[in-house]
Design a protein around this ligand. Structure first.
Ligand code: 3PG
Length: 218
């Protein structure tokens, strides 16, 4: 097992995630949506934003939100290559999330400024990440890859690892994951429904954020 990874970066990321256990997976379809959406989520109590590289507006949105919301944590998701990683770091991303893990991305993440949360779905992928020194992972696609039971099983051999499950999670399902000690946060797109974004219903998005956080207290 490698001790070379600057694991303080992942530890810092874990602390940030614990302070905001719901991470919206965001796809910006229109550049003018970035700011009101980020503000609506922030207003609703969501301080960590994952802007995915699924649209051409992602880099601009990261730049804009970093400037507008200095107390939020603005990161990038759906990073599939080292080129993407470099581009989002340059735009100011404070963390990077990948759907899966490649040796190139795992290696690059070791020396990057923005901490990497590599995507895993199997024990073999977890072990490959661990060999590089990673201790926190995105578990994707969570619901189809075994959900809460799979994470409980992973914690058997590897009790020190942390996971951010994403994929198929809803406000109602979040607390079952968050009750596991291995889970500091969960991610999902339910916090930013496409119809509400298309209508510019920012108040509706603030309401979903508040309601989702309230459900966790339940
Ligand atoms: C992701 O990339 O993390 C997923 O697309 C989010 O999954 P969800 O849309 O099922 O929440």
């Amino acid at each position: 097992m490698s001790d070379s990874y600057p694991s303080h970066l992942q530890v810092q990321l874990e602390a940030v995630l614990r302070s905001c256990p719901l991470v919206p997976v965001i796809a910006i379809e229109r550049p003018e949506h970035a700011l009101p959406l980020g503000r609506a989520l922030y207003e609703g109590g969501i301080k960590v934003l994952e802007i995915t590289l699924r649209t051409p507006h992602a880099l601009g949105a990261i730049r804009e939100l970093r400037a507008a919301l200095p107390d939020a944590w603005v990161g990038a998701g759906t990073i599939a290559s080292v080129e993407d990683y470099r581009a989002v770091e340059e735009a100011g991303a404070q963390f990077v999330i990948t759907p899966g893990s490649t040796p190139e991305l795992l290696d690059y993440g070791l020396k990057a400024q923005a901490p990497l949360l590599p995507g895993v779905a199997t024990l073999s992928e977890i072990m490959q990440g661990m060999q590089k020194g990673y201790r926190a992972f995105k578990f994707f696609p969570a619901e189809v890859a075994g959900g809460v039971s799979a994470l409980k099983a992973f914690a058997g051999p590897f009790p020190a690892l942390k996971f951010v499950p994403t994929g198929g999670i809803t406000a109602e399902k979040a607390s079952a994951y968050l009750s596991l000690p291995a889970v500091p946060a969960v991610g999902g797109s339910w916090l930013t429904p496409k119809d509400k974004m298309a209508q510019g219903d920012w108040q509706g998005i603030t309401d979903i954020a508040r309601k989702s956080l309230t459900l966790l207290e339940g």
